[in-house]
Structures are given as structure tokens and as C-alpha cells.
Design a protein around this ligand. Structure first.
Ligand code: UT7
Length: 332
């Protein structure tokens, strides 16, 4: 029997209009363009400023574009998975809200939270649903309104994050294209270094939690940095070795965009050149679950059928992993 694989057959993306520059941040906290560029590598990030707009409102334009580009109607979608750490509400799932706003009526939908690895985890989940043969058109969207949990008085975190969404359509293919392999891992012991203290069941919102700024991102940069470099590089190199992919045979590394130094260290360990790496951190910052699909969206025109891609991430949890896929269509 021919093996069914899940292939990405289209990409959509969206970034809110408002652009927050390093100069703007230097007016809010004691920082500079020079520090941010040297230590992180970010120039600008997009922010959703409209009051009352949440992550679903950022996801919807990305999905609209995806459906237009792939000539797909909302009724044809049978599963929508949203990766996010900034859901519209604790419940219901943002995926349900997106489906409602999009007129996606014949699908089931839910959210998945795996920090910055959310999109990768969601891609693997969707892959298995497609492989089952039961689901034919699946949307995976990574969408974040990180600005809703960033403390703009904390100089160690506020330059890093941005808002945005990227969405892909996955469909079954019988050729040797699409998702070939995945390696996913998590280690909850890493949670102490990167989390949001209040707002969950351990510490529900209170006057005190708000006063103490506990609803924002808490990150100890250095341990997260070290674990990110080690694990993103390890998982990507392991994937190359397992599939006998030599450095010059890999067409693209699609790395999570958390820090230019992490991306460069991963590429170095894989022995690949900068031209083989998708990078847009300078313009969008770290959009958490949206970084990978936004890379695919930005580079889509350069992608060719059969291109070998390794997607690699690291994020809160800790969570990390890589996916090896063969691109299924000519982007141009
Ligand atoms: O996507 C999820 C995963 N997250 C990540 O991958 C993030 C990983 N971590 C990082 O990217 C980096 O650790 C940071 C960008 C967060 C920080 O960079 P760093 O090189 O690790 O800096 P540091 O925290 O060691 O701080 C060095 C110095 C400190 O000053 P002192 O103590 O040496 O006087 C900080 O107070 O830089 C200071 N600093 C700043 N200075 C100017 C911290 N933030 C800033 C800032 N502007 N924005």
C-alpha cells in the first residue's frame, strides 16, 4: 500500500501594521539599537495596537490569504489546529474562535501550547491526522499577540517579542514529498527559567498579581540561551545524520527566530552556510509559535518542489525538536 504523507500545499501570513523600532524601545527602557542588534539581532517588530483585538484577529488574515492562494473554501477544511501561548481567552480555544470568524463549519479545532515549539508540535500532530487517511485538508496556524504579555518596563524581555501569524494548509500526498520525519522532545524541568507566573490555576489573577507584574513573560535569558543553542543544534544535526543529508545537500534550515546568535550557532553546528538559512528575525522579532510559518511565508517564492528543509525549534517548557520535510510545490 502507498504511504500517505502530509505535505504543506500553501502558506499565508499576517503582521499587524504598527512597527515598534529599537529607537521606540530606547524611549521606554534603558536600551539601545546597538545592544539589541549585537545581543539579539532584531531591528523592528510588529505590534497589534487596536484595543479589543486578540490573537484570533491576527490569525484570520493569515488564513484568509492561505485559502485564497490555495483556492480552498472554508467548508472544505476538516481540522484546524492553532499553536499559541497567547490565546484570546483561557477558554474556549482560539482555534474555535478563528473557525467561527472564518466560516470554517465542517471542521473540529483546538489549541496546542508548546511555547515557541508550538508550530512544530502542531505540524507533527496534523501530520498524523492526515496519515490516518481520515482528514484531507488541515490548517495549522501559529499565531501570537506577544505584546499582550510583554512587560514594556523590563529591558531584558521587551526587545525580543513581536506579534504575527503564519498558517499552512496540509494535504495528503502519495509521492515522497511532505513530512518525512520528526523528532520532538520536552523537559518540564526547564519551566523555572521561562514562564508566566500568574493567570493560571496556580496563581489566579488578583490585585496583588497585577501589582507585582506577574502576568508578563518571566525569562532568565542565559539558561534559556544555553539550552536553546545545545538542543536546536543537537536535534538538527541528529536529523541530518539519520537521513544522510550532507551539509551542502540541505536546501533550507528553518530555525525558530529567538536570537540571531542561536540561529548562527545552530547553522555552524550543521556545517551550513547562511544562504541556506531562513532568517527574518531582524524585521519581526520572536513571534513565538508564528516564527516558522512566517519564515516559510517570506521565503515561499524561493522554494522549489523537492527542496529538503529542516525545521528546528526551542521554547518554553522546555520544548524542542526538528522536522525534516521535502517541499511539495514550486513557490514561484
Ligand atoms: O523563544 C523562546 C526561547 N527564548 C530564547 O531563546 C531567549 C534566549 N536568551 C537570549 O536570547 C539572551 O539571553 C537575551 C537576549 C535574553 C539576553 O542576552 P544576554 O547576552 O544573555 O544578556 P544578559 O542577560 O547576560 O545581560 C548582559 C547585560 C546585563 O548587564 P550587566 O549585569 O552585565 O551589567 C543586563 O542587565 O546586558 C544587560 N541588558 C541590557 N542592556 C541593554 C539586558 N537587557 C538589556 C537591554 N539593553 N535590552
Amino acid at each position: 500500500m502507498t504511504k500517505i504523507r502530509a505535505a504543506i500545499t500553501g502558506v499565508g501570513g499576517y503582521l499587524p501594521d504598527y512597527v515598534l523600532t529599537n529607537y521606540d524601545l530606547s524611549q521606554l527602557v534603558d536600551t539601545s539599537d546597538e545592544w539589541i542588534m549585537t545581543r539579539i539581532g532584531i531591528k523592528t517588530r510588529h505590534i497589534e495596537k487596536t484595543k479589543g483585538k486578540g490573537t484570533s484577529d491576527i490569525a484570520v488574515p493569515a488564513i484568509k490569504e492561505l485559502l485564497e492562494k490555495t483556492n480552498t473554501t472554508p467548508e472544505e477544511i476538516d481540522f484546524l489546529l492553532c499553536a499559541t501561548v497567547t490565546p484570546d481567552h483561557q477558554f474556549p480555544a482560539t482555534a474555535n474562535i478563528i473557525s467561527d470568524k472564518m466560516g470554517i463549519k465542517n471542521a473540529f479545532s483546538y489549541d496546542l501550547n508548546a511555547g515557541c515549539s508550538g508550530f512544530l508540535y502542531a505540524l507533527e500532530t496534523a501530520n498524523r491526522f492526515i496519515e490516518s487517511g481520515q482528514y484531507k485538508k488541515v490548517i495549522v496556524v501559529g499565531a501570537e499577540k506577544m505584546s499582550s504579555i510583554v512587560d514594556y518596563t523590563d529591558r531584558s524581555t521587551c526587545p525580543i517579542f513581536g506579534d504575527g501569524a503564519g498558517a499552512v494548509l496540509l494535504e495528503p500526498v502519495e509521492e515522497e514529498l511532505g513530512i518525512i520525519d520528526s523528532m520532538l522532545q520536552s523537559d518540564g524541568a526547564g519551566r523555572i527559567h521561562l514562564h508566566q507566573k500568574a493567570g493560571g490555576s496556580v496563581m489566579p489573577a488578583s490585585e496583588e498579581s497585577v501589582k507585582n507584574r506577574l502576568h508578563f513573560i518571566y525569562q532568565e535569558g542565559q539558561p534559556v540561551f544555553k539550552a536553546a543553542v545545545a538542543n536546536m543544534a543537537d536535534t538538527s544535526v541528529k536529523m541530518m545524520e539519520k537521513h544522510n543529508i550532507a551539509s551542502d545537500e540541505l536546501d533550507w534550515l528553518v530555525p525558530h527566530q529567538a536570537n540571531m546568535r542561536i540561529i548562527e550557532a545552530t547553522a555552524r553546528r550543521m556545517g551550513i552556510k547562511r544562504e541556506q538559512v531562513m532568517i527574518n528575525i531582524q524585521r519581526y522579532g520572536n513571534t513565538t509559535a508564528a516564527t516558522l510559518p512566517l519564515c516559510l511565508w517570506d521565503y515561499e517564492k524561493q522554494l522549489k518542489k523537492g527542496d529538503k528543509l529542516i525545521l528546528s525549534t526551542f521554547g518554553a517548557g522546555f520544548t524542542w525538536g526538528s522536522i525534516y520535510l521535502k517541499w511539495a510545490y514550486d513557490g514561484a
